[in-house]
Design a protein around this ligand. Structure first.
Ligand SMILES: [Ca+2]
Ligand SMILES: [Ca+2]
Ligand SMILES: [Ca+2]
Length: 260
Protein backbone atom coordinates (compact mmCIF):
# COMPACT_ATOMS: atom_id res chain seq x y z
CA UNK A 1 0.00 0.00 0.00
CA UNK A 2 1.39 3.39 -0.99
CA UNK A 3 -0.21 6.55 0.36
CA UNK A 4 -1.05 9.31 -2.13
CA UNK A 5 -0.58 12.92 -0.97
CA UNK A 6 -4.15 14.19 -0.55
CA UNK A 7 -3.33 17.79 -1.45
CA UNK A 8 -2.01 16.75 -4.90
CA UNK A 9 -5.03 14.61 -5.74
CA UNK A 10 -8.00 16.71 -4.58
CA UNK A 11 -7.78 19.17 -7.52
CA UNK A 12 -8.21 16.41 -10.11
CA UNK A 13 -11.25 14.71 -8.54
CA UNK A 14 -14.49 14.28 -10.48
CA UNK A 15 -17.81 14.77 -8.65
CA UNK A 16 -18.19 10.94 -8.44
CA UNK A 17 -14.78 10.63 -6.89
CA UNK A 18 -15.60 13.45 -4.48
CA UNK A 19 -18.67 11.47 -3.43
CA UNK A 20 -16.52 8.42 -2.76
CA UNK A 21 -14.17 10.52 -0.68
CA UNK A 22 -16.91 12.02 1.47
CA UNK A 23 -16.11 9.81 4.47
CA UNK A 24 -12.66 11.40 4.51
CA UNK A 25 -14.06 14.93 4.26
CA UNK A 26 -16.66 14.17 6.92
CA UNK A 27 -13.96 12.94 9.25
CA UNK A 28 -11.78 15.96 8.47
CA UNK A 29 -14.76 18.18 9.36
CA UNK A 30 -15.37 16.34 12.63
CA UNK A 31 -11.72 16.32 13.63
CA UNK A 32 -11.34 20.01 12.75
CA UNK A 33 -14.36 20.69 14.99
CA UNK A 34 -12.75 18.71 17.82
CA UNK A 35 -9.49 20.57 17.28
CA UNK A 36 -11.31 23.91 17.35
CA UNK A 37 -13.03 22.94 20.60
CA UNK A 38 -9.67 22.02 22.14
CA UNK A 39 -8.16 25.33 21.03
CA UNK A 40 -11.18 27.15 22.48
CA UNK A 41 -10.59 25.46 25.81
CA UNK A 42 -6.90 26.27 25.73
CA UNK A 43 -7.69 29.94 25.25
CA UNK A 44 -9.69 30.01 28.47
CA UNK A 45 -13.33 29.95 27.37
CA UNK A 46 -14.12 26.75 29.32
CA UNK A 47 -12.08 27.32 32.48
CA UNK A 48 -13.72 25.82 35.57
CA UNK A 49 -13.17 27.06 39.13
CA UNK A 50 -13.01 24.42 41.88
CA UNK A 51 -13.12 25.56 45.51
CA UNK A 52 -12.40 23.50 48.61
CA UNK A 53 -12.03 24.33 52.30
CA UNK A 54 -9.95 22.85 55.10
CA UNK A 55 -11.31 22.04 58.53
CA UNK A 56 -11.80 25.04 60.84
CA UNK A 57 -10.25 23.62 64.02
CA UNK A 58 -7.67 26.15 65.34
CA UNK A 59 -4.22 24.58 65.11
CA UNK A 60 -1.38 25.90 67.27
CA UNK A 61 1.54 27.39 65.36
CA UNK A 62 4.54 26.51 67.53
CA UNK A 63 6.07 29.77 68.80
CA UNK A 64 9.61 30.16 67.41
CA UNK A 65 9.33 26.60 66.08
CA UNK A 66 10.09 27.19 62.40
CA UNK A 67 13.56 26.06 61.31
CA UNK A 68 13.14 26.16 57.52
CA UNK A 69 11.58 22.70 57.25
CA UNK A 70 7.97 21.83 56.45
CA UNK A 71 8.02 19.49 59.44
CA UNK A 72 8.44 22.45 61.81
CA UNK A 73 5.26 24.15 60.55
CA UNK A 74 1.56 23.76 61.37
CA UNK A 75 -0.23 22.21 58.39
CA UNK A 76 -3.74 21.57 57.12
CA UNK A 77 -4.52 19.36 54.10
CA UNK A 78 -7.15 19.66 51.41
CA UNK A 79 -7.74 16.73 49.05
CA UNK A 80 -9.05 17.74 45.65
CA UNK A 81 -10.81 15.23 43.37
CA UNK A 82 -12.17 17.02 40.33
CA UNK A 83 -11.89 14.33 37.63
CA UNK A 84 -9.46 13.23 34.92
CA UNK A 85 -8.01 15.04 31.90
CA UNK A 86 -7.76 18.41 33.64
CA UNK A 87 -4.77 20.64 34.24
CA UNK A 88 -4.30 23.69 36.46
CA UNK A 89 -4.47 27.16 34.91
CA UNK A 90 -4.64 29.22 38.14
CA UNK A 91 -4.39 28.78 41.93
CA UNK A 92 -5.50 31.21 44.65
CA UNK A 93 -5.36 30.69 48.41
CA UNK A 94 -7.36 32.26 51.26
CA UNK A 95 -5.86 31.95 54.76
CA UNK A 96 -7.42 32.48 58.20
CA UNK A 97 -4.91 32.94 61.03
CA UNK A 98 -4.94 34.46 64.52
CA UNK A 99 -1.57 35.99 65.38
CA UNK A 100 -0.29 39.24 66.92
CA UNK A 101 2.98 39.58 64.98
CA UNK A 102 2.70 38.91 61.26
CA UNK A 103 6.48 39.35 60.85
CA UNK A 104 6.96 36.01 62.63
CA UNK A 105 5.12 34.08 59.93
CA UNK A 106 6.07 32.01 56.90
CA UNK A 107 3.33 30.41 54.76
CA UNK A 108 3.93 27.76 52.09
CA UNK A 109 1.64 25.81 49.75
CA UNK A 110 2.62 22.35 48.45
CA UNK A 111 0.62 20.79 45.62
CA UNK A 112 -0.14 17.17 44.68
CA UNK A 113 2.96 16.90 42.48
CA UNK A 114 5.29 18.11 45.26
CA UNK A 115 5.73 21.65 43.91
CA UNK A 116 6.02 24.18 46.75
CA UNK A 117 5.40 27.94 46.70
CA UNK A 118 6.17 30.46 49.47
CA UNK A 119 3.17 32.75 49.89
CA UNK A 120 4.54 34.78 52.81
CA UNK A 121 8.06 35.13 54.16
CA UNK A 122 8.17 37.18 57.33
CA UNK A 123 6.90 40.57 56.10
CA UNK A 124 8.86 43.58 57.29
CA UNK A 125 12.03 41.59 57.87
CA UNK A 126 14.93 42.72 55.64
CA UNK A 127 16.67 40.03 53.66
CA UNK A 128 15.39 36.80 52.27
CA UNK A 129 16.44 34.10 54.74
CA UNK A 130 14.05 31.18 55.06
CA UNK A 131 15.49 29.28 58.01
CA UNK A 132 13.78 30.90 61.02
CA UNK A 133 17.08 32.31 62.27
CA UNK A 134 16.31 36.03 62.48
CA UNK A 135 14.15 38.16 64.79
CA UNK A 136 12.00 41.08 63.65
CA UNK A 137 9.48 41.93 61.00
CA UNK A 138 6.13 43.71 60.96
CA UNK A 139 4.19 43.84 64.22
CA UNK A 140 0.64 44.07 62.84
CA UNK A 141 -1.90 41.34 63.55
CA UNK A 142 -3.91 38.70 61.70
CA UNK A 143 -7.42 37.54 62.63
CA UNK A 144 -9.43 34.66 61.24
CA UNK A 145 -12.31 37.10 60.76
CA UNK A 146 -10.14 39.07 58.30
CA UNK A 147 -9.00 36.38 55.83
CA UNK A 148 -6.04 37.03 53.53
CA UNK A 149 -6.12 36.20 49.81
CA UNK A 150 -2.92 35.28 47.95
CA UNK A 151 -3.29 35.64 44.19
CA UNK A 152 -0.81 36.23 41.35
CA UNK A 153 -3.26 38.85 40.06
CA UNK A 154 -4.31 40.30 43.43
CA UNK A 155 -6.24 43.53 42.77
CA UNK A 156 -4.20 45.39 45.41
CA UNK A 157 -0.96 44.70 43.52
CA UNK A 158 0.80 44.65 46.91
CA UNK A 159 3.47 41.97 47.45
CA UNK A 160 3.15 39.90 50.61
CA UNK A 161 6.53 41.20 51.81
CA UNK A 162 4.70 44.50 52.43
CA UNK A 163 1.90 42.99 54.53
CA UNK A 164 1.21 45.26 57.50
CA UNK A 165 3.47 48.04 56.21
CA UNK A 166 2.45 51.28 57.92
CA UNK A 167 0.01 49.61 60.33
CA UNK A 168 0.34 49.89 64.09
CA UNK A 169 1.19 46.90 66.27
CA UNK A 170 -2.44 46.72 67.37
CA UNK A 171 -3.98 46.85 63.90
CA UNK A 172 -5.40 43.80 62.15
CA UNK A 173 -4.33 43.39 58.52
CA UNK A 174 -7.32 43.65 56.19
CA UNK A 175 -9.80 44.53 58.93
CA UNK A 176 -11.02 47.72 57.32
CA UNK A 177 -10.53 50.27 54.56
CA UNK A 178 -7.73 52.03 56.44
CA UNK A 179 -6.01 48.85 57.62
CA UNK A 180 -4.35 47.92 54.33
CA UNK A 181 -5.30 45.46 51.62
CA UNK A 182 -6.56 41.96 52.37
CA UNK A 183 -5.23 40.52 49.13
CA UNK A 184 -1.58 40.13 48.19
CA UNK A 185 0.74 38.93 45.51
CA UNK A 186 2.45 35.83 46.92
CA UNK A 187 6.10 36.12 47.89
CA UNK A 188 7.21 37.70 44.66
CA UNK A 189 10.87 36.80 44.31
CA UNK A 190 10.59 34.02 41.74
CA UNK A 191 7.94 32.05 43.63
CA UNK A 192 4.52 32.74 42.06
CA UNK A 193 1.43 30.52 42.27
CA UNK A 194 1.78 30.10 38.50
CA UNK A 195 4.38 27.42 39.27
CA UNK A 196 1.35 25.09 39.58
CA UNK A 197 0.18 25.79 36.00
CA UNK A 198 -0.27 22.72 33.77
CA UNK A 199 -0.11 20.34 36.75
CA UNK A 200 -2.73 17.73 37.75
CA UNK A 201 -5.18 19.39 40.18
CA UNK A 202 -6.19 16.10 41.79
CA UNK A 203 -4.65 14.98 45.05
CA UNK A 204 -3.32 16.40 48.28
CA UNK A 205 -2.75 20.15 48.66
CA UNK A 206 -1.22 21.22 51.99
CA UNK A 207 -0.85 24.70 53.47
CA UNK A 208 1.96 25.16 56.02
CA UNK A 209 2.35 28.02 58.54
CA UNK A 210 5.52 28.55 60.60
CA UNK A 211 6.53 31.00 63.36
CA UNK A 212 10.18 32.14 63.57
CA UNK A 213 10.62 34.16 66.74
CA UNK A 214 9.61 33.97 70.37
CA UNK A 215 6.93 35.89 72.29
CA UNK A 216 3.87 36.24 70.06
CA UNK A 217 2.14 32.94 69.26
CA UNK A 218 -0.96 32.16 67.24
CA UNK A 219 -3.25 29.64 65.58
CA UNK A 220 -3.82 28.50 62.02
CA UNK A 221 -7.62 28.31 61.78
CA UNK A 222 -8.45 27.39 58.19
CA UNK A 223 -7.72 27.91 54.52
CA UNK A 224 -9.56 27.77 51.20
CA UNK A 225 -8.13 26.44 47.94
CA UNK A 226 -9.35 27.88 44.63
CA UNK A 227 -8.07 25.97 41.61
CA UNK A 228 -9.06 26.84 38.06
CA UNK A 229 -8.66 24.13 35.41
CA UNK A 230 -9.22 23.46 31.74
CA UNK A 231 -9.45 20.21 29.78
CA UNK A 232 -6.06 19.01 28.56
CA UNK A 233 -6.00 19.75 24.79
CA UNK A 234 -6.55 16.58 22.72
CA UNK A 235 -3.25 15.75 20.98
CA UNK A 236 -4.58 13.06 18.63
CA UNK A 237 -6.75 15.19 16.32
CA UNK A 238 -4.21 15.52 13.51
CA UNK A 239 -3.24 11.87 13.92
CA UNK A 240 -6.87 10.80 13.41
CA UNK A 241 -7.06 12.89 10.22
CA UNK A 242 -3.90 11.34 8.80
CA UNK A 243 -5.08 7.84 9.72
CA UNK A 244 -8.49 8.41 8.08
CA UNK A 245 -7.07 9.78 4.84
CA UNK A 246 -4.45 7.05 4.79
CA UNK A 247 -7.32 4.57 4.68
CA UNK A 248 -9.68 6.37 2.26
CA UNK A 249 -7.22 7.43 -0.45
CA UNK A 250 -5.86 3.91 -1.17
CA UNK A 251 -9.51 2.70 -1.25
CA UNK A 252 -10.23 5.35 -3.88
CA UNK A 253 -7.32 4.08 -5.99
CA UNK A 254 -8.71 0.55 -5.70
CA UNK A 255 -12.19 1.74 -6.76
CA UNK A 256 -10.73 3.45 -9.83
CA UNK A 257 -8.82 0.27 -10.80
CA UNK A 258 -12.03 -1.79 -10.46
CA UNK A 259 -13.91 0.63 -12.70
CA UNK A 260 -11.40 0.33 -15.55
CA1 LIG B 1 -4.94 33.82 40.47
CA1 LIG C 1 0.88 43.12 67.06
CA1 LIG D 1 6.32 34.06 67.60
Amino acid sequence: MRLVPVSLRIWSLSSREMFRLTPCFRLIGVTLAIGFAAITEATGETITLHTAASDTVPLAIVDDGYDGSLGSMASKPITLNVGPNLEVVDVDVVVRINHNFVGDLTIKLVGPGGTGVTLLNRPGLPGNLDDGSEVGGDSSNLRDTAPILFDDTAPSGVPSESMGLGLSSATVVGSGPTAGPDNYLPHVEGDPLSLFEDSDPNGLWTLYVGDSSAAAAGTFVAWDLRVSTHVIPEPTTLGLMALACGWVVPRRRAWRSDAR
